[in-house]
Design a protein around this ligand. Sequence first.
Ligand code: SF4
Ligand code: SF4
Length: 413
Amino acid sequence: MPIVHSNVSYKCIKCAECCGPWEIPVSKHECGQISGMLPGDNFSKKGKSSPLVLKKKSDGYCLFLDKNKLCKIHLEKGEKFKPLGCKLYPFELCRWDDGITSAYCRMDCPGTFFPSKSQKESKKIDISSFKDVISDIPTVTAKKYSRRIILDTVRIRAISKAYLGIIRSDKGDLATKLLGCAELLDFHSKPKNSEDLIGAGGQFADDAVELYERSLEYLQDKTSKASVLDIPSRIFLRQMIAGFARRDEEFAISSNPLKRIGRSISFGAFSMGLKDIGAIGNKFLSGPVESVREEEGCSSKAKSGFPRPLPPGIPELLLKYMESRLKTLHFMSKPCLDFTFEDGIRHLICASLSALWIARSAQVQDPMLPIRIVDHNFSASTLFSMPHMRLCRRNICNPGKLPAIISFLLENS
Ligand code: SF4
Ligand code: SF4
């Protein structure tokens, strides 16, 4: 069975973050195996059609996590009795209908990293232990390129390879590549250009990369001459960032209506540029946060921009991040909120832009942190499936507007 791995590796640092405020679904069978281990009711259900999940303690961690941050199920019964989600974490496995299984390593696990070239082989994730569970996972189909075009998974894979080729190209920097991807997406979103997609095969990616490399000057020129970031784009971008950064608090505030109202007000205030990113609330960003002086930094000519330079290495990490998503196709269909391909690519571009913003505006020491924040929410937040967020993504990724956003975020880096 062919398995596509993401280019991410991990070494568990036993932080128990994976036993935190996530919903851990449990099947009836799993439930039967562990019920009675702890007194009282160990499972809960939000609504009638919602899955059964493990209950949490008041600190937000799983009921089965002991004071030494160890899993009681693992300790007392053995690993095979843990719910499937716990056994797999940080992997997300997907069995596609073209016979390929993909293994994405979720970057919200603090033990994940991008291995260096010399580490690549030695740190390769061994997925063989998951063989049994893979066969139990239902197959999914990529099928929806957009809301208009239905394509098979093989074709979608060929199209995804084109974006991967742009990201991996040795020509151009992060800005050019982001714009190159947005231009390609925009071109194929027009109904008159959809024929290429319907016939996409082995040559599709090579042609797209060649076109990208021939257009380098045009793309660089577009970014360097970008106009001032307009107010609607600024609001859309801020809403997207707020969406990425807010998820970690959802569990903590879910039962308190006042906190929910306060949260919505902070969300709105940040979106309108009235508050900095610290107001949104995110446990990773709970340290001091510098405010972003947008009004000074939105033109390519204005050099004062953000108060902090971009931490070193962020553009390279973001390219590796995009590569890991594109390689596995875990930016669309079931692994990601049932996104279409178009929506997934747009979301990936928005995630990278949001990570750039977080990296420049918050005092993050770890360059991986902005990626962990956007990656976690990539697949988790239902906010991103709302129609309004589609509008945000469209506006942000519009090649007419994107150069100003890129210039705004990458200036002085
Ligand atoms: S979050 Fe990752 S590093 Fe931390 S305990 Fe879980 S698997 Fe290990
Ligand atoms: S069941 Fe065990 S591994 Fe799973 S979330 Fe709870 S404590 Fe963590």
